[in-house]
Ligand binder design. Sequence first.
Ligand SMILES: Nc1nc2c(ncn2[C@@H]2O[C@H](COP(=O)(O)OP(=O)(O)O)[C@@H](O)[C@H]2O)c(=O)[nH]1
Ligand SMILES: [Mg+2]
Length: 412
Amino acid sequence: MPMQRPIRLLAGCTMALFVLLLYSIMHNSSSPKPPGGTERVADMIRDPNLDDTGEPPEPLHRVQGNNYAPDNKNNDRINATLLSLVRNEEMKDLVQSMQDLERTWNHKFNYPWTFINDVPFTEEFKTEIRKHTKAECRFHTIPEEHWAVPSWINEELFVESANILKEQGVQYAHMKSYHQMCRWNSGLFYKHPALLDMQYYWRVEPKVHFFCDVDYDVFRYMRDHNKTYGFTVNLYDSPESLPTLWPETMKFLADNEHLLADNNAMKWLTDKERRPEHAHKTKGYSTCHFWSNFEIADLDFWRSPAYQAYFDHLDRAGGFFYERWGDAPVHSIALGLFEDARKIHWFKDIGYQHIPFFNCPNSPKCRGCVKGRFTDGEAWLNKEDCRPNWFKYIGNEWADTSPNKVELTAGG
Ligand SMILES: Nc1nc2c(ncn2[C@@H]2O[C@H](COP(=O)(O)OP(=O)(O)O)[C@@H](O)[C@H]2O)c(=O)[nH]1
Ligand SMILES: [Mg+2]
């Protein structure tokens, strides 16, 4: 016998309610998705920091007797410095970074520290800092014209652009000093009078950590192995902070094709496979960059006519203020285009943290970090790791050095 109409209606409603209930249970059980999704780095099958890590190849220059003593006039140090742009208010955080780096490396080699600030350092700052190293400490102020906002930047346009950047979730959009800092770190720091005769620097920020004993002179490593630049962490950037950086770079390159290095890292810069949406938003740049709060580098690269011309082009284009171009992508793009990729070195053996990311190798020389851990923040931050691209296109120079090596090159 066919169902009565009201009963059919009731059955239909019950069914609809059931489906609605089921949907709502399933929907609520999945946690809210953070920006960028939760998936683990897809083609990073195993972090190479899990492999045993020793030292890079010889020659390595070591402490013998008093060859690196602070007061030895005939010491083995080369023309290099530890370098920190820092504010007076960051004294405690800087002391923490210094303590780590002195404990793991510099108490053996006693390289001088150079501290730079846009305002004069206080006596309190200088007195406190000197307590944490046997090495020479130099304190300098930035020449006004190096820090000032360039004359061609329009204040109103800066504020309007910052409003838009903020809406798009770009950090520090309205903080003018952050833009000034990024510009200075990109193209002015090496022009500071205190660095004009310097060859190498190791950049150190407040509040970073160093975890592993390093027993060779890293600056001599750079020189003896003909390296220009050393990094620890390779990350994706926020595409919203640099929408016109790649187009401006392409404009520059169109007029300066001869500057492209043989064996450059263009493929690494332009990968579209792992995060296609980044390359799409930037019109071609993967946003992968060396995380420049750590860098050990040869100042001659920045002083080269090629880099100078590139920086001047970018500076005129205005993106340090109307967008939020960081020194990390600017340095990385320049290195990727104008330098032989073999001159760029992964300092895998230097355990490092700048919140929230780590480089933590598997070595008995390391204490205080978890080997192979990339972040101690939310799981989705693992996705920001773009070392797999570096290994894929340039190679993992450490792959042959570990007894339990795992091939991580060419597609993982
Ligand atoms: N003297 C000075 N240093 C700054 C200023 N802004 C940033 N810095 C330094 O520049 C570096 C990067 O700044 P930080 O706040 O750590 O930026 P983040 O790492 O991108 O969050 C650190 O060494 C800071 O101490 C500034 O206005 N004056
Ligand atoms: Mg920092």
